[in-house]
Design a protein around this ligand. Structure first.
Ligand SMILES: Nc1ncnc2c1ncn2[C@@H]1O[C@H](COP(=O)(O)OP(=O)(O)OP(=O)(O)O)[C@@H](O)[C@H]1O
Length: 249
C-alpha cells in the first residue's frame, strides 16, 4: 500500500478556483478528517482524488494503489435514493471486483454479505427497496457495501449527515476498526469535537491548506482566522483570473 500524495494540486470549475496549491500526503494507514467551512473545497478535493474531476494543476500520486483499492462514499445528497434497487442488491455491489458486472454471487460472497449486514446491525430489510429505508439505515447499508469492498483506502464525504447519535457511534466504531486494520481512512467532517476525539489528523481546508497535521492543533484561533482570510480571498479575488495570476494573500 502507498501514501496518497498531493503535489501542488489545483482544481477549478471553469474560471472558479475551488482548491488551490494543495500539497501534502495522506500517509498509508492514517486516519484523517478533512475540515473547513461550506465551500472550502472538501468535496471537490475528494472527487478529484477519486478521478471524478480533472486537476487544473499539480499531481495526485497514488503509488501502487489501483482504482479498486480506493473506496468512496459520496455525500448522501449526491446519491439517488429513488433508484429502484433492493438493499441486498445494493450491498452486493461491494463484491463487484470479485464477481464482475454480471457474475453470480458465490456462496462465500453471500456469506460475506450477510456478515457485513450483521456488522452494521441491519438485518431483515434485505429485500426492501432502498428508498424505503430511514437515513440511518441507508447509511449503515452503504457502510456494509464499503466493508465488502475491502479497500485499502476509504474516503467518506460527510458520512454522518442526518444520522442519529447511536448510528454515528456505530459507524465511527467501524472506522476505528478500519484504522486498526491499517487502512487509510479520509473523512470529510464538520463536527470539530468529533474530529478531535476520533481522528488523529486533520487537513483544514479553506480552498488552500490552512493546516495539515495533529487534530489537537488544527482549530486554533490563528488557524480559524487564517481560514476566514483565505476563504474571503478566494471568494472575492480570483474570479476570471488564471491561477498563476493570483498572488497569495
Ligand atoms: N459543480 C460546480 N460548479 C461550479 N462551482 C462549484 C461546483 N461545485 C462546487 N463549486 C464551488 O467550488 C467551491 C468548493 O465547493 P465544495 O463543494 O468542494 O465545498 P465543500 O467544502 O465540500 O462545501 P460543503 O461543506 O458545503 O459541502 C465552492 O466555491 C463551490 O461553490
Amino acid at each position: 500500500m502507498s501514501d496518497l500524495i498531493l503535489d501542488d494540486v489545483c482544481i477549478s470549475y471553469g474560471q472558479h478556483h475551488a482548491v488551490c496549491h494543495l500539497s501534502g500526503a495522506f500517509k498509508k494507514g492514517s486516519l484523517t478528517a478533512i475540515a473547513g467551512s461550506n465551500g472550502a473545497g472538501k468535496s471537490t478535493l475528494v472527487k478529484a482524488i477519486m478521478g471524478e474531476l480533472p486537476l487544473t494543476r499539480g499531481r495526485i500520486k497514488r503509488g501502487s494503489l489501483r482504482n479498486q483499492d480506493i473506496a468512496y462514499l459520496p455525500q448522501t445528497a449526491d446519491i439517488n435514493r429513488q433508484f429502484p434497487i433492493s438493499v441486498y442488491d445494493l450491498v452486493s455491489l461491494g463484491t463487484w471486483t470479485e464477481t464482475g458486472a454480471f457474475g453470480r454471487l458465490s456462496d462465500s460472497s453471500q456469506a460475506n454479505i450477510a456478515k457485513a449486514l450483521q456488522r452494521v446491525a441491519v438485518t431483515g430489510v434485505e429485500q426492501r427497496q432502498i428508498q424505503s429505508l430511514s437515513a440511518g439505515q441507508f447509511q449503515r447499508i452503504l457502510f456494509a457495501r464499503l466493508l465488502l469492498q475491502d479497500a485499502q483506502v476509504i474516503i467518506l464525504d460527510e458520512p454522518f449527515t442526518a444520522v442519529d447519535e447511536k448510528t454515528t457511534l456505530d459507524l465511527i466504531h467501524l472506522i476505528k476498526q478500519w484504522h486498526q486494520e491499517g487502512r487509510t481512512v479520509i473523512a470529510v467532517l464538520h463536527d470539530i469535537e468529533q474530529i478531535q476525539q476520533y481522528f488523529p489528523s486533520t487537513l483544514y481546508l479553506a480552498r488552500e491548506s490552512v493546516f495539515w497535521g495533529d487534530s489537537k492543533s488544527a482549530f486554533s484561533s490563528t488557524h480559524r482566522a487564517q481560514a476566514r482570510i483565505l476563504t474571503d480571498y478566494w471568494d472575492n479575488a480570483t474570479q476570471n483570473k488564471e491561477i498563476n495570476e493570483v498572488a497569495l494573500p
